[in-house]
Design a protein around this ligand. Structure first.
Ligand code: 13P
Length: 257
């Protein structure tokens, strides 16, 4: 049984002080939902404070990115071991980084390897744009992104990853994929590609999240799908009651307490 993973990607929102306030408003309720994994991904400057606030609890912390080099003259970047000092997870290859910061599949692959080397669990984002979807190229695009991300990894490493399927047209638009659409891509495209590359056991072990306009009102239906193992939540994760409700819905949808 795969343990569902619910992660809040706060993106470029919340100062350190605001982040602490937000965690304080939802910490107890998040801790009460023990059956699913709960991850908070604040912006870098809030990571240490959030990490201290949840230290010793089951709430985990994730960064939103890292750089693949170990150290050196890379102004503005954050090294893997700096992230690992405070975080257990790291989001890699988010569509916003691919779009606005020119991250390529090759760069995503390097970041995944660098994260694994320091014991971080990568949450690897894949997803098609609206135009690719309209051209009927969703499947081939996602297969390409997944294969490129996994290049050179061992089966064991792949089994421990989290893949987030986030259709770009659903991010921040309020237009989530339907539960059936999300399930189809998470299962028949993402998980099937992993089965083709690494075998069935790895495909059954890896967790595949859905992301894109997940909110309290649609979480139960999305999370009820068997190939969807949780969510990567953007906007709704900035609202304590929304995020808590999504986390509770995911546990309920999977028949967990
Ligand atoms: P929204 O939930 O705001 O659509 O964002 C999804 C996302 O990009 C999470 O990484």
């Amino acid at each position: 049984m795969r343990i569902p993973i619910l992660a809040g990607n706060w993106k470029m929102n919340k100062t350190a002080a605001e982040a602490v306030a937000l965690v304080n408003t939802m910490k107890d309720e998040l801790l009460a939902v023990k059956s699913v994994e709960r991850v908070l991904c604040p912006p870098f400057l809030a990571v240490p404070d959030v990490s201290h606030l949840v230290a010793g609890t089951e709430i985990k912390v994730g960064a939103q990115d890292l750089y693949w080099e170990k150290s050196g003259a890379f102004t503005g970047e954050v090294a893997p071991n700096m992230v690992a000092e405070f975080c257990q997870y790291v989001i890699i290859g988010h569509s916003e980084r691919r779009e606005y910061f020119s991250e390529t599949d090759a760069c995503v692959n390097k970041k995944i390897k660098a994260a694994l080397a320091v014991g971080l669990i990568p949450i690897v984002c894949v997803g098609e744009s609206l135009s690719l979807r309209q051209e009927g190229r969703t499947e081939s695009w996602i297969i390409g992104q997944v294969k490129a991300a996994l290049d050179g990894l061992t089966a064991e490493q792949v089994a421990g990853l989290v893949i987030a399927y986030e259709p770009i047209w659903a991010i921040g638009t309020g237009l989530a994929a339907t539960a059936d659409e999300a399930e189809r891509v998470c299962g028949q495209v993402v998980r099937k590609t992993i089965a083709d590359v690494c075998g069935d056991a790895v495909a059954q072990a890896i967790r595949v999240q859905y992301g894109g306009s997940v909110k309290a009102s649609n979480a139960l239906e999305l999370m009820g799908k068997p190939d969807i193992d949780g969510a990567l939540v953007g906007g709704a994760s900035l609202n304590a009651s929304e995020f808590v409700s999504i986390v509770k819905s995911s546990a309920q949808a999977k028949g967990l307490s």
